[in-house]
Design a protein around this ligand. Structure first.
Ligand code: FAD
Ligand code: SF4
Length: 490
């Protein structure tokens, strides 16, 4: 019980800095060996009130699978981990644990949190490598069929739960690979793409079918799906990029973050031919400028911004700067990723508001910024950045990457099927994505979770809650599947 006093918190070893700076795109964190995993799992106090589980959006049974890992009962640990999390090896890699499970660990009080994410990754990787697969031998087919649109974490999670309920799940995606942003957005130094191939194998072994390279609304209509299937799940994601409307944003050398990451990811994986299709609507933006020896400025301080700065380092940029309008404490990106970026040589300029992109002969040469200070908290408790008068300066740049976030871009065809949107473009569902108790939530508590205004259509993930996290998308996919099962099976 007091192992945490003798065993310090230890993350898996990382790729050496020189290799990362030299362009190594391998997953930064290695894997625990058996002994390390047991040691780290044994640090759990089993404190009786598992704040970690409460803070995990999936409410994983963390202390229980840590104990199984400590005892070396890996297949049982994997079975238990999958009870709540359809994608444990992925969440173990990409969740911002410092804000979620590990941020709430009792041992944060001076000893260092249990390395929950790394043990979760160990359990799932190890079990899957040893051939463990979810046991569906007692699941009887119900004869019901559901179309899942989107093979991102929301869609995959929903498909997993449907299969476990004996409901046939057919997943459609416009891209040739599963994963959504897991494949096309998140760089391989955070998530190796072979992990997704294994997860596809797991899902197919459960009976989930994939129809990839099929865009709903173009190749097949929603009306066709509603005719062929008993229900539909929408896991469409959130792809309209926020450009900030800065003067000069059309200069050569100014890039939106996601096309930069997508294009770069394709080059890294060597799969540009296989993917074939650029991100819809951004065909003219996917040409990636040479970053070697260039001064790169990234605007924005979220996860996407961190992926951009760290990609620029690996592409050999001579200087990489991240400018963010609030202070470090208010940065949305994971503290762990910020620390990794800093270690890789990224300079952070906090309290800087970009005002305009400057250029010469059509090429970007810099960013005019002003210093900011934090004003009074708004209704959500977030302190807005206010410009300090007379504080303007210019950051010299050869390439500027804009990473201000994403908004939902709901397709036109939703309205034709009675699927209503919120004012901000998110798909309206019966349960507020935040899970907080609002008046509407209590009114709708009796309704099926994540049901849209078309009773046979459910939705979840970024298309419902706006750009957020893998784990919250997985949660919503899981809960929507429960709603679908209740609709179809009673
Ligand atoms: P998506 O992953 O976007 O998947 C939606 C899928 O639907 C796509 O594959 C799309 O092709 C498909 N689709 C859409 N419309 C159609 C259609 N009409 N027909 C067929 N298919 C369609 N989260 C973290 O937790 N940790 C991180 O470190 C992290 N890093 C990130 C880095 C970047 C660069 C970005 C952009 C996001 C990051 N996120 C991170 C956020 C996370 O990736 C998303 O919150 C999550 O992927 C949302 O899942 P989703 O299933 O809702 O949507
Ligand atoms: Fe932590 Fe994410 Fe795993 Fe939950 S899913 S235990 S938040 S790493």
């Amino acid at each position: 019980m007091f192992a945490f006093r003798e065993t310090p918190r230890q993350m898996p070893s990382r790729i050496p800095l020189e290799l990362r700076r030299g362009g190594d795109w391998g997953e930064l964190y290695g894997r625990f060996g058996e002994a390390e995993a047991k040691h780290q799992a044994s640090r759990c106090l089993d404190c009786g009130n598992p704040y970690c589980s409460w803070k995990c959006p999936l409410h994983n049974y963390i202390p229980n699978w840590l104990e199984l890992a400590r005892e070396g009962r890996i297949n049982e640990a994997a079975t238990l981990a999958h009870e709540t999390n359809p994608l444990p090896e992925i969440c173990g890699r990409v969740c911002p644990q410092d804000r979620l499970c590990e941020g709430s660990c009792t041992l944060n009080d001076g000893f260092g949190a249990v390395t929950i994410g790394a043990v979760e990754k160990y359990i799932a990787d190890r079990a899957l490598a040893d051939g463990w697969r979810p046991d569906l031998s007692k699941v009887a087919s119900t004869g019901k069929r559901v179309a899942v649109i989107g093979a991102g974490p929301a869609g995959l999670s929903c498909a997993d739960r449907l299969a476990r309920a004996g409901i046939e799940a057919v997943v459609f995606d416009r891209y040739e690979q599963i994963g959504g942003l897991l494949h096309f957005g998140i760089p391989s130094f955070k998530l190796e793409k072979s992990v997704l191939a294994t997860r596809r194998d797991v899902l197919e072994s459960m009976g989930v079918q994939f129809r990839l390279g099929v865009e709903i609304g173009r190749d097949i209509g929603l009306d066709d799906l509603l005719a062929q299937f008993d229900a539909v799940f929408l896991g469409l994601g959130s792809y309209r990029y926020t450009d900030g409307g800065l003067p000069g944003q059309d200069l050569t050398g100014v890039l939106p973050a996601l096309p930069f990451l997508v294009h770069n990811g394709r080059l890294v994986h060597g799969d540009d031919e296989a993917q074939g299709k650029p991100i819809a609507g951004w065909e003219d933006r996917v040409a990636l400028p040479e970053l070697h020896g260039k001064r790169v400025v990234v605007l924005g301080g979220g996860d996407t911004g961190m992926d951009c700065v760290r990609s620029a380092v690996r592409l050999g940029a001579s200087r990489v700067t991240c400018a963010y309008r609030r202070d470090e404490a208010n940065m949305p990106g994971s503290a762990r990723e910020v620390a990794n970026a800093r270690e890789e040589g990224v300079q952070f300029l906090f309290n800087r508001q970009p005002l305009a992109l400057l250029g010469e002969d059509g090429e970007v040469t810099g960013v005019r910024v002003a210093e900011t200070r934090l004003g009074e908290p708004d209704a959500l408790g977030r302190r807005n950045a206010e410009i300090v008068p007379g504080s303007e300066s210019v950051l010299a740049a050869d390439v500027v990457i804009i990473a201000f976030g994403f908004q939902p871009d709901p397709p036109q065809w939703l309205s034709a099927h009675g699927i209503e949107l919120e004012r901000n473009g998110r798909i309206r569902v019966t349960q507020p994505a935040s899970g907080c108790a609002s008046r509407r939530a209590s009114r709708e508590a009796a309704a099926l979770p994540f049901q849209t205004t078309n009773p046979r259509v459910f939705a979840g993930g970024d298309g419902v809650r706006g750009a957020d996290l893998v784990v919250t998308a997985a949660y919503e996919g899981r809960e929507a599947a429960a709603g679908i099962a209740r609709l179809l099976l009673g």
